[in-house]
Design a protein around this ligand. Sequence first.
Ligand code: UDP
Length: 341
Amino acid sequence: MTDRSFRTALVAGGAGFVGSHLCERLVADGLRVVCMDSLLTSTLDNLGELLREPRFSFIEHDIIQPLPAGLRADLVFNMACAASPPLYQLDPIHTMMTSVVGTNNLLVFAAETGARLLQASTSEVYGNPTLHPQPEHYFGNVNPIGPRACYDEGKRAAETLCFDYLRHGLADVRVSRIFNTYGPRLRACDGRVISNMVSQALADEPITIYGDGRQTRSFCYVDDLVEGLLRLASYEEALEHPVNVGNPQEISIAEVAELVQRLVGTDAPIIFCPLPVDDPCRRRPDITVATKLLAWQPKVDLPDGLMRTISWFRKNRERTAPPIVRGPSFSGANQPIKIER
Ligand code: UDP
Protein backbone atom coordinates (compact mmCIF):
# COMPACT_ATOMS: atom_id res chain seq x y z
CA MET A 1 0.00 0.00 0.00
CA THR A 2 3.01 2.30 0.22
CA ASP A 3 6.60 2.93 -0.85
CA ARG A 4 7.80 2.22 2.66
CA SER A 5 6.49 -1.28 3.15
CA PHE A 6 4.84 -1.48 6.53
CA ARG A 7 4.51 -4.91 8.08
CA THR A 8 2.61 -4.47 11.32
CA ALA A 9 -0.04 -1.91 12.19
CA LEU A 10 -1.14 -1.11 15.71
CA VAL A 11 -4.72 0.18 15.53
CA ALA A 12 -5.77 1.90 18.76
CA GLY A 13 -9.55 2.01 18.78
CA GLY A 14 -9.60 -0.84 16.28
CA ALA A 15 -12.85 -2.35 17.55
CA GLY A 16 -14.77 0.88 16.95
CA PHE A 17 -16.80 1.81 13.90
CA VAL A 18 -14.04 3.30 11.73
CA GLY A 19 -11.24 1.33 13.42
CA SER A 20 -12.78 -2.05 12.59
CA HIS A 21 -13.14 -1.17 8.90
CA LEU A 22 -9.53 0.00 8.93
CA CYS A 23 -8.34 -3.27 10.55
CA GLU A 24 -10.21 -5.28 7.93
CA ARG A 25 -8.62 -3.32 5.10
CA LEU A 26 -5.10 -3.55 6.57
CA VAL A 27 -5.37 -7.33 6.94
CA ALA A 28 -6.70 -7.55 3.37
CA ASP A 29 -3.67 -5.49 2.25
CA GLY A 30 -1.35 -8.09 3.81
CA LEU A 31 -0.31 -6.41 7.07
CA ARG A 32 -0.25 -7.92 10.51
CA VAL A 33 -2.67 -6.00 12.71
CA VAL A 34 -2.60 -5.53 16.45
CA CYS A 35 -5.95 -4.10 17.47
CA MET A 36 -6.02 -2.34 20.83
CA ASP A 37 -9.32 -1.17 22.28
CA SER A 38 -10.83 -0.40 25.68
CA LEU A 39 -14.25 -1.62 24.48
CA LEU A 40 -15.83 1.33 26.32
CA THR A 41 -17.88 2.49 23.32
CA SER A 42 -16.99 -0.27 20.85
CA THR A 43 -17.65 -3.99 20.60
CA LEU A 44 -15.83 -7.20 19.70
CA ASP A 45 -18.80 -7.94 17.40
CA ASN A 46 -17.24 -5.41 15.01
CA LEU A 47 -14.22 -7.65 14.56
CA GLY A 48 -16.20 -10.73 13.48
CA GLU A 49 -14.10 -12.98 11.25
CA LEU A 50 -10.94 -10.97 11.98
CA LEU A 51 -10.69 -12.63 15.40
CA ARG A 52 -9.99 -15.93 13.62
CA GLU A 53 -7.41 -14.42 11.26
CA PRO A 54 -3.80 -15.48 12.11
CA ARG A 55 -2.38 -12.08 11.16
CA PHE A 56 -4.77 -10.31 13.54
CA SER A 57 -4.57 -10.01 17.33
CA PHE A 58 -6.64 -8.14 19.87
CA ILE A 59 -5.53 -6.50 23.12
CA GLU A 60 -8.09 -5.03 25.51
CA HIS A 61 -6.38 -1.89 26.74
CA ASP A 62 -7.25 1.75 27.37
CA ILE A 63 -4.58 4.01 25.81
CA ILE A 64 -4.90 6.36 28.78
CA GLN A 65 -2.86 3.73 30.66
CA PRO A 66 0.81 3.17 29.75
CA LEU A 67 1.00 0.83 26.77
CA PRO A 68 1.76 -2.83 27.46
CA ALA A 69 5.43 -3.80 27.16
CA GLY A 70 6.65 -5.77 24.15
CA LEU A 71 4.35 -4.20 21.53
CA ARG A 72 5.73 -4.23 18.00
CA ALA A 73 4.47 -2.19 15.07
CA ASP A 74 5.90 0.05 12.37
CA LEU A 75 2.63 1.90 11.71
CA VAL A 76 0.25 3.20 14.38
CA PHE A 77 -3.29 4.45 13.83
CA ASN A 78 -4.83 6.40 16.68
CA MET A 79 -8.56 5.87 16.18
CA ALA A 80 -9.25 5.64 19.92
CA CYS A 81 -11.86 8.04 21.30
CA ALA A 82 -15.61 8.05 21.69
CA ALA A 83 -16.86 10.11 18.73
CA SER A 84 -20.60 10.42 19.27
CA PRO A 85 -21.57 13.65 21.09
CA PRO A 86 -23.92 12.00 23.66
CA LEU A 87 -21.36 9.26 24.37
CA TYR A 88 -18.25 11.43 24.60
CA GLN A 89 -20.15 13.77 26.94
CA LEU A 90 -21.02 10.93 29.36
CA ASP A 91 -17.52 10.94 30.82
CA PRO A 92 -15.96 14.15 29.49
CA ILE A 93 -12.80 13.91 31.57
CA HIS A 94 -12.08 10.45 30.25
CA THR A 95 -12.80 11.70 26.69
CA MET A 96 -10.31 14.52 27.01
CA MET A 97 -7.67 12.32 28.61
CA THR A 98 -8.10 9.73 25.86
CA SER A 99 -7.08 12.36 23.32
CA VAL A 100 -4.35 14.01 25.37
CA VAL A 101 -2.74 11.30 27.55
CA GLY A 102 -3.68 8.48 25.18
CA THR A 103 -2.25 10.23 22.12
CA ASN A 104 0.90 11.06 24.06
CA ASN A 105 1.31 7.39 25.04
CA LEU A 106 1.09 6.40 21.37
CA LEU A 107 3.48 9.20 20.34
CA VAL A 108 6.01 7.97 22.93
CA PHE A 109 5.69 4.50 21.41
CA ALA A 110 6.22 5.94 17.90
CA ALA A 111 9.20 7.99 19.10
CA GLU A 112 10.82 4.99 20.78
CA THR A 113 10.26 2.52 17.95
CA GLY A 114 10.44 4.71 14.82
CA ALA A 115 6.89 3.71 13.88
CA ARG A 116 4.85 6.21 11.85
CA LEU A 117 1.69 7.45 13.59
CA LEU A 118 -1.53 8.50 11.87
CA GLN A 119 -3.69 10.60 14.15
CA ALA A 120 -7.46 10.58 13.65
CA SER A 121 -8.35 14.19 14.31
CA THR A 122 -11.72 15.67 13.51
CA SER A 123 -13.76 18.39 11.84
CA GLU A 124 -14.79 19.25 15.40
CA VAL A 125 -11.54 21.22 15.71
CA TYR A 126 -13.36 23.80 13.53
CA GLY A 127 -16.17 24.06 16.14
CA ASN A 128 -19.05 26.15 14.84
CA PRO A 129 -17.15 27.42 11.79
CA THR A 130 -17.26 31.01 10.61
CA LEU A 131 -15.48 30.03 7.38
CA HIS A 132 -17.24 27.77 4.91
CA PRO A 133 -16.24 25.26 3.61
CA GLN A 134 -13.46 24.56 6.10
CA PRO A 135 -9.86 24.45 4.82
CA GLU A 136 -7.05 23.08 7.00
CA HIS A 137 -5.57 26.54 7.65
CA TYR A 138 -8.78 27.71 9.38
CA PHE A 139 -8.18 27.88 13.16
CA GLY A 140 -11.79 27.15 14.04
CA ASN A 141 -14.36 28.56 16.43
CA VAL A 142 -14.56 26.27 19.46
CA ASN A 143 -16.24 26.99 22.79
CA PRO A 144 -13.51 25.81 25.19
CA ILE A 145 -15.85 25.38 28.17
CA GLY A 146 -18.99 23.94 26.57
CA PRO A 147 -20.22 20.33 26.67
CA ARG A 148 -18.48 19.48 23.37
CA ALA A 149 -15.13 20.89 24.50
CA CYS A 150 -13.93 17.60 26.02
CA TYR A 151 -13.85 16.17 22.50
CA ASP A 152 -12.99 19.30 20.47
CA GLU A 153 -10.28 20.63 22.76
CA GLY A 154 -8.93 17.13 23.44
CA LYS A 155 -8.50 16.57 19.71
CA ARG A 156 -6.99 20.03 19.27
CA ALA A 157 -4.47 19.34 22.04
CA ALA A 158 -3.69 15.97 20.44
CA GLU A 159 -2.91 17.76 17.15
CA THR A 160 -0.61 20.13 19.05
CA LEU A 161 1.25 17.16 20.54
CA CYS A 162 1.53 15.48 17.13
CA PHE A 163 3.03 18.53 15.44
CA ASP A 164 5.41 19.21 18.34
CA TYR A 165 6.70 15.62 18.15
CA LEU A 166 7.03 16.05 14.37
CA ARG A 167 8.77 19.46 14.46
CA HIS A 168 11.21 18.25 17.11
CA GLY A 169 12.10 15.26 14.98
CA LEU A 170 10.81 12.86 17.64
CA ALA A 171 8.16 11.03 15.63
CA ASP A 172 6.96 10.61 12.07
CA VAL A 173 3.35 11.77 12.17
CA ARG A 174 0.42 12.33 9.77
CA VAL A 175 -2.76 14.05 10.96
CA SER A 176 -6.15 13.52 9.31
CA ARG A 177 -9.22 15.61 10.11
CA ILE A 178 -12.17 13.30 9.71
CA PHE A 179 -15.63 14.69 8.93
CA ASN A 180 -18.94 12.93 9.65
CA THR A 181 -18.62 9.29 8.65
CA TYR A 182 -21.30 6.62 8.31
CA GLY A 183 -21.73 3.05 7.16
CA PRO A 184 -22.22 -0.50 8.41
CA ARG A 185 -21.32 -1.04 12.10
CA LEU A 186 -22.47 2.34 13.30
CA ARG A 187 -24.17 1.28 16.49
CA ALA A 188 -27.89 1.97 16.74
CA CYS A 189 -27.30 3.07 20.34
CA ASP A 190 -24.51 5.45 19.33
CA GLY A 191 -26.71 8.57 19.26
CA ARG A 192 -25.41 10.05 16.01
CA VAL A 193 -27.75 11.26 13.34
CA ILE A 194 -27.43 8.51 10.70
CA SER A 195 -27.63 5.63 13.19
CA ASN A 196 -30.55 7.27 15.00
CA MET A 197 -32.55 8.03 11.86
CA VAL A 198 -31.94 4.68 10.16
CA SER A 199 -32.86 2.67 13.24
CA GLN A 200 -35.91 4.85 13.92
CA ALA A 201 -37.10 4.53 10.31
CA LEU A 202 -36.63 0.75 10.32
CA ALA A 203 -38.64 0.48 13.53
CA ASP A 204 -41.36 2.82 12.13
CA GLU A 205 -40.69 5.14 15.05
CA PRO A 206 -40.61 8.94 14.90
CA ILE A 207 -37.48 10.30 13.24
CA THR A 208 -35.85 12.89 15.50
CA ILE A 209 -34.56 16.17 14.11
CA TYR A 210 -32.73 18.36 16.62
CA GLY A 211 -33.43 22.06 16.12
CA ASP A 212 -35.12 23.11 12.88
CA GLY A 213 -33.07 20.72 10.72
CA ARG A 214 -31.48 23.52 8.70
CA GLN A 215 -28.02 22.78 10.11
CA THR A 216 -25.82 20.97 7.61
CA ARG A 217 -23.25 18.19 7.64
CA SER A 218 -21.26 16.43 4.89
CA PHE A 219 -21.30 12.65 5.23
CA CYS A 220 -18.50 10.38 4.06
CA TYR A 221 -19.00 6.66 3.51
CA VAL A 222 -16.63 4.65 5.70
CA ASP A 223 -14.84 2.82 2.84
CA ASP A 224 -13.97 6.17 1.23
CA LEU A 225 -12.64 7.43 4.55
CA VAL A 226 -10.47 4.33 5.08
CA GLU A 227 -8.98 4.75 1.60
CA GLY A 228 -8.14 8.39 2.39
CA LEU A 229 -6.56 7.46 5.73
CA LEU A 230 -4.39 4.79 4.12
CA ARG A 231 -3.22 7.18 1.42
CA LEU A 232 -2.30 9.75 4.06
CA ALA A 233 -0.55 7.15 6.24
CA SER A 234 1.46 6.09 3.18
CA TYR A 235 2.38 9.62 2.10
CA GLU A 236 6.14 9.69 2.29
CA GLU A 237 6.89 13.35 2.98
CA ALA A 238 6.40 14.67 6.49
CA LEU A 239 3.47 17.09 6.43
CA GLU A 240 3.48 19.91 8.96
CA HIS A 241 -0.26 20.36 8.57
CA PRO A 242 -3.38 18.23 8.92
CA VAL A 243 -5.35 16.92 5.94
CA ASN A 244 -9.16 17.05 5.75
CA VAL A 245 -10.66 13.67 4.84
CA GLY A 246 -14.38 13.95 4.20
CA ASN A 247 -17.05 14.12 1.55
CA PRO A 248 -17.81 17.71 0.45
CA GLN A 249 -21.41 16.83 -0.51
CA GLU A 250 -23.27 19.01 2.01
CA ILE A 251 -26.84 18.32 3.11
CA SER A 252 -29.22 19.68 5.73
CA ILE A 253 -30.32 17.41 8.56
CA ALA A 254 -33.96 17.82 7.47
CA GLU A 255 -32.99 16.54 4.01
CA VAL A 256 -31.19 13.58 5.61
CA ALA A 257 -34.40 12.71 7.49
CA GLU A 258 -36.45 12.80 4.27
CA LEU A 259 -33.87 10.76 2.40
CA VAL A 260 -33.80 8.08 5.11
CA GLN A 261 -37.62 8.01 5.18
CA ARG A 262 -37.71 7.51 1.42
CA LEU A 263 -34.93 4.91 1.21
CA VAL A 264 -36.37 2.85 4.06
CA GLY A 265 -39.89 3.31 2.69
CA THR A 266 -41.55 4.36 5.92
CA ASP A 267 -44.34 6.74 6.85
CA ALA A 268 -42.76 7.25 10.28
CA PRO A 269 -43.32 10.90 11.24
CA ILE A 270 -40.56 13.42 11.72
CA ILE A 271 -40.46 15.07 15.16
CA PHE A 272 -38.45 18.06 16.32
CA CYS A 273 -36.39 18.03 19.54
CA PRO A 274 -34.23 20.75 21.12
CA LEU A 275 -30.93 21.53 19.44
CA PRO A 276 -27.97 20.45 21.61
CA VAL A 277 -25.72 23.18 23.05
CA ASP A 278 -22.98 24.35 20.63
CA ASP A 279 -24.29 22.21 17.77
CA PRO A 280 -22.40 23.48 14.68
CA CYS A 281 -24.62 25.21 12.09
CA ARG A 282 -22.67 24.20 8.98
CA ARG A 283 -19.91 21.78 8.18
CA ARG A 284 -18.29 20.92 4.90
CA PRO A 285 -14.68 19.96 4.18
CA ASP A 286 -12.49 21.72 1.69
CA ILE A 287 -10.63 18.70 0.32
CA THR A 288 -8.31 20.53 -2.10
CA VAL A 289 -5.26 19.35 -0.12
CA ALA A 290 -6.31 15.67 -0.04
CA THR A 291 -7.18 15.77 -3.72
CA LYS A 292 -3.80 17.27 -4.69
CA LEU A 293 -1.48 15.40 -2.33
CA LEU A 294 -3.20 12.04 -2.09
CA ALA A 295 -5.12 11.97 -5.39
CA TRP A 296 -8.07 11.06 -3.17
CA GLN A 297 -11.71 11.92 -3.35
CA PRO A 298 -14.79 10.10 -2.11
CA LYS A 299 -16.63 7.84 -4.56
CA VAL A 300 -19.78 6.78 -2.71
CA ASP A 301 -22.63 9.28 -2.72
CA LEU A 302 -25.08 9.58 0.16
CA PRO A 303 -28.06 7.65 -1.29
CA ASP A 304 -25.80 4.75 -2.27
CA GLY A 305 -23.95 4.70 1.06
CA LEU A 306 -27.22 5.00 2.97
CA MET A 307 -28.67 2.02 1.11
CA ARG A 308 -25.63 -0.07 2.10
CA THR A 309 -25.96 1.15 5.69
CA ILE A 310 -29.71 0.48 5.80
CA SER A 311 -29.28 -3.08 4.55
CA TRP A 312 -26.61 -3.71 7.23
CA PHE A 313 -28.95 -2.31 9.91
CA ARG A 314 -31.78 -4.51 8.58
CA LYS A 315 -29.62 -7.63 8.98
CA ASN A 316 -28.11 -6.67 12.33
CA ARG A 317 -30.98 -5.03 14.17
CA GLU A 318 -31.31 -7.67 16.84
CA ARG A 319 -27.65 -7.13 17.77
CA THR A 320 -27.99 -3.49 18.66
CA ALA A 321 -29.59 -1.59 21.52
CA PRO A 322 -32.21 1.13 20.84
CA PRO A 323 -31.00 4.60 19.82
CA ILE A 324 -30.01 7.24 22.32
CA VAL A 325 -32.29 10.17 21.62
CA ARG A 326 -32.18 13.63 23.12
CA GLY A 327 -35.82 14.01 24.08
CA PRO A 328 -37.47 17.31 25.03
CA SER A 329 -36.00 17.10 28.57
CA PHE A 330 -32.45 16.33 27.47
CA SER A 331 -29.71 18.70 28.46
CA GLY A 332 -26.18 17.55 27.73
CA ALA A 333 -24.87 19.50 30.71
CA ASN A 334 -27.14 17.62 33.11
CA GLN A 335 -26.27 14.12 31.98
CA PRO A 336 -24.94 11.91 34.76
CA ILE A 337 -21.18 11.65 34.61
CA LYS A 338 -19.79 8.16 35.03
CA ILE A 339 -16.17 8.34 36.10
CA GLU A 340 -14.16 5.15 36.08
CA ARG A 341 -10.48 5.41 36.72
N1 UDP B 1 -29.14 15.14 15.04
C1 UDP B 1 -30.51 15.08 14.77
N2 UDP B 1 -31.20 13.98 15.20
C2 UDP B 1 -30.61 12.94 15.84
C3 UDP B 1 -29.23 12.99 16.08
C4 UDP B 1 -28.51 14.11 15.67
O1 UDP B 1 -31.09 16.00 14.19
O2 UDP B 1 -31.33 11.99 16.20
C5 UDP B 1 -28.39 16.31 14.54
C6 UDP B 1 -27.39 16.92 15.51
O3 UDP B 1 -28.01 17.88 16.35
C7 UDP B 1 -26.41 17.57 14.55
C8 UDP B 1 -26.38 16.63 13.35
O4 UDP B 1 -27.60 15.87 13.44
O5 UDP B 1 -26.88 18.82 14.12
C9 UDP B 1 -25.21 15.67 13.36
O6 UDP B 1 -25.16 15.09 14.63
P1 UDP B 1 -24.18 13.93 15.05
O7 UDP B 1 -24.38 13.68 16.50
O8 UDP B 1 -24.34 12.79 14.11
O9 UDP B 1 -22.70 14.49 14.79
P2 UDP B 1 -22.00 15.91 14.95
O10 UDP B 1 -21.71 16.35 13.57
O11 UDP B 1 -22.91 16.88 15.64
O12 UDP B 1 -20.77 15.62 15.75
